[in-house]
Write a protein that binds this ligand. Structure first.
Ligand code: SF4
Length: 431
């Protein structure tokens, strides 16, 4: 989501006549788009912006701004902590950044804008979909909703991103049609609680999932070959959404389904309203419709009160689902959330140990899954030269596996190729 917001800020600044520099030392304007999900992310951002003090001293005309979740959470506290910054723009105000910068150029006053998105601003936000193209770009991030109503007990997002706010279907579709006209082949739909898309406005009470309906309409857009989305909350993964994911050919057969814990007891304390059995049922139904389906997830180990038995239930559910990938976090309290009031009673050593056990399981499983693909034919969307070795190219399967291969000179970014897997590691496939 932040990556998409950063792109939209860049596109708006470019439209206003600025151009990107390769190095921060050459810039006249520096915008730091920040994340608040973990305390370490905030600490790193404050450290990095702090280093810019010297730059500002050497060049007093330099404009430095802080945007995003940390800006929303800390507001004017940031001016006290980082006196050399010029503006603070909250999560609902990123479309105002060009205007804020112009204001600073005119008056050289510090500006803070962290207000809620008002109705007319919402209209602006809906239209604030600027994208950057070039360099053979074939994938585009499209934000379909902002905010979250779930208030999981450990999470800061609803406090800094606000409540759910879906963009109208027609505006999303128009943006995707424009992207297709620019040569984009793959769309990655974004939303903090994306399976709840459309449930916050006039579509409320409809029997069919508005998100499933959106996927169905994107399917009809010429030029778009693949659609991915992240992140759906399991409690909103309805039967018609399962049906859409398995039956629509353009929707990739890979689902990132945040699980967080395999213990019903811990899920309850996390305010995640599903059980491990319900979670597994979603996975099984998706696999029933599309046996090739792969899964990734988010897991927290060492949540307050997590016993060895709770942890083993998490390990067991991860093994049953047989995830190909997972983001595993060691719990740390986030100030301002409900769970910050719980006793952080799982020792650091136990958190580390549980983290390592799950990472090891994951690596072994990924290698096994990848080795099982040796000799098989896979369809990949070509992404271009590999970052590690420009003589090789890479592509991605619909199940989100990266495949490295040797190009034959006729291949272009965005092509769909059928490749035979000749080597496999836990991280990559070679063809
Ligand atoms: S659903 Fe996701 S974004 Fe929303 S509160 Fe829970 S963890 Fe945070």
């Amino acid at each position: 989501m932040n990556e998409r917001d950063s792109e939209a800020i860049s596109a708006a600044l470019e439209a206003g006549g600025l151009s990107a520099t390769a190095c921060e030392n050459d810039a006249d304007v520096l915008v730091f788009n920040t994340c608040s999900v973990r305390e370490t992310a905030e600490r790193k951002a404050v450290g990095k912006i702090g280093i810019m003090k010297k730059l500002k001293k050497d060049r007093p005309d330099l404009i430095i701004g802080v945007a995003g979740c940390m800006a929303q959470r800390m507001k004017d506290e940031l001016f006290a902590k980082l006196p050399h910054i010029d503006f603070v723009a909250g999560t609902g105000q990123i479309h105002k950044i060009p205007e804020i910068i112009n204001g600073i150029i005119g008056k050289r006053e510090k500006i803070m804008n962290v207000g809620e998105t008002s109705e007319d601003e919402k209209e602006l936000l809906d239209g604030f979909g600027g994208h950057l193209y070039g360099d053979g770009k074939i994938s585009a991030l499209v934000s379909v909703m902002r905010g979250c109503n779930r208030f999981c007990s450990y999470c800061i997002v609803p406090y800094v991103r606000g409540t759910e706010n879906s963009r109208p279907q027609e505006i999303v579709l128009r943006e995707i049609r424009n992207l297709a006209d620019q040569g984009i082949k793959e769309i990655i739909l974004l939303g903090q609680n994306i399976a709840a898309y459309g449930l916050d406005n006039s579509m409320l009470g409809r029997k069919k999932s508005p998100f499933a309906e959106l996927l169905g309409k994107i399917e009809d857009i010429d030029g778009i070959l693949r659609v991915r989305f992240t992140s759906p909350h399991p409690a909103y993964f309805s039967d018609d959404l399962i049906n859409a994911v398995v039956s629509l050919p353009k929707v990739c057969k890979n689902v990132h389904l945040p699980m967080q814990s395999g213990s019903d007891n811990i899920l309850k304390k996390m305010n995640r309203p599903y059980t491990s059995a319900e979670y597994l049922a979603i996975v099984e139904n998706l696999r029933k419709g599309a046996p090739e389906m792969t899964f990734s997830t988010d897991v927290i180990v060492g949540f307050p009160g997590e016993t060895e038995e709770d942890f083993l239930q998490t390990r067991d559910l991860m093994n049953k689902v047989a995830f190909d990938n997972a983001f595993i976090f060691k719990y740390s309290p986030r100030e301002g959330t409900k769970a910050a009031n719980f006793a952080d009673d799982v020792p650091k050593t136990a958190k580390e140990e549980r983290n390592q056990i799950l990472l090891k399981d994951l690596a072994l499983r990924a290698e096994k899954h990848n080795k099982a693909m040796l000799g098989s034919l896979v369809e990949v969307l070509v992404e271009g030269p590999s970052k590690r070795n420009s003589e090789k190219w890479c592509g991605r399967t619909g199940t989100n596996k990266v495949v490295i291969f040797e190009p034959d000179g006729k291949i272009s970014t965005g092509d769909i190729l059928e490749l035979k897997i000749s080597r496999a590691t836990s991280m990559s496939l070679y063809a």
